[in-house]
Design a protein around this ligand. Structure first.
Ligand code: GRF
Length: 207
């Protein structure tokens, strides 16, 4: 299975995918390209170190969103991937891309959807919301991307304890280490092995 990984920042989720392909935990998968909207994303350095082609394409380089969407989709299509993985990608996915890659785009969100998700909930803002609400358990969700924000069919989730003296940064790191870096690679492996189907908006996993 050929995948494209879309990134905007540090790339720790990308690194987890690279490492688990190399360790054999993710079967039958090759990263064809890493695409970022941010030329300074450390994720691009991680890709280069791993010998993976990195591409930078940003809305800032285009006169309007429509021309970016067209260029982004053309670039992605040129790699003929089976799956698109959004690993901290802070760009709105073009509706045409969601149609063309129905149930072939997955995203990692750092909460237990449907809590603390949707517009405005990204990065540290998610964990700030968790702490201000005082929930005792949070976690991460890997889901298929549809036309909404964090609304697609849920593939995997993993719970993480919220501790009394957590700061947003400490909680973010725990959610990454204990949940994100586990469930995103596992979702990719399950899809690569043909274990995942979507029926009326619900995901079935059969190993
Ligand atoms: C993570 O917090 C992830 O939950 C969110 O964006 C961040 C990406 O971090 N989608 P990294 O670039 O993978 O380190």
């Amino acid at each position: 299975m050929k995948i494209a990984v879309c990134v905007s920042g540090g790339g720790t989720n990308l690194q987890a995918i690279i490492d688990k392909i190399n360790s054999g935990e993710i079967h039958n998968t090759e990263i064809a390209v890493v695409i970022s909207n941010n030329k300074n994303a450390f994720a691009l350095e991680r890709a280069a170190k791993a010998g993976i082609e990195g591409v930078c394409i940003s809305p800032k380089d285009f006169a309007d969103r429509e021309s970016f969407n067209k260029a982004f989709l053309e670039k992605l299509d040129s790699y003929n991937v089976d799956l698109v993985v959004l690993a901290g990608f802070l760009v709105v996915i073009p509706p045409e891309m969601i149609r063309n890659y129905r149930n072939r785009i997955i995203n990692i969100h750092p909460s237990l959807i449907p809590s603390f998700c949707g517009t405005g909930y990204y990065g540290l803002k998610v964990h700030e919301g968790v702490l201000s609400r005082g929930v005792k358990v949070t976690g991460a969700t890997c889901h298929f991307v549809d036309e909404g924000t964090d609304t697609g069919p849920i593939i995997l989730q993993k719970a993480v304890e919220v501790k009394e003296d957590d700061t947003p940064e400490v909680l973010q790191r725990r959610v990454m280490e204990q949940a994100e870096w586990e469930i995103m690679p596992r979702a990719i492996d399950l899809i690569a092995r043909g274990c995942v189907t979507v029926e009326s908006g619900k995901v079935r996993i059969e190993e």
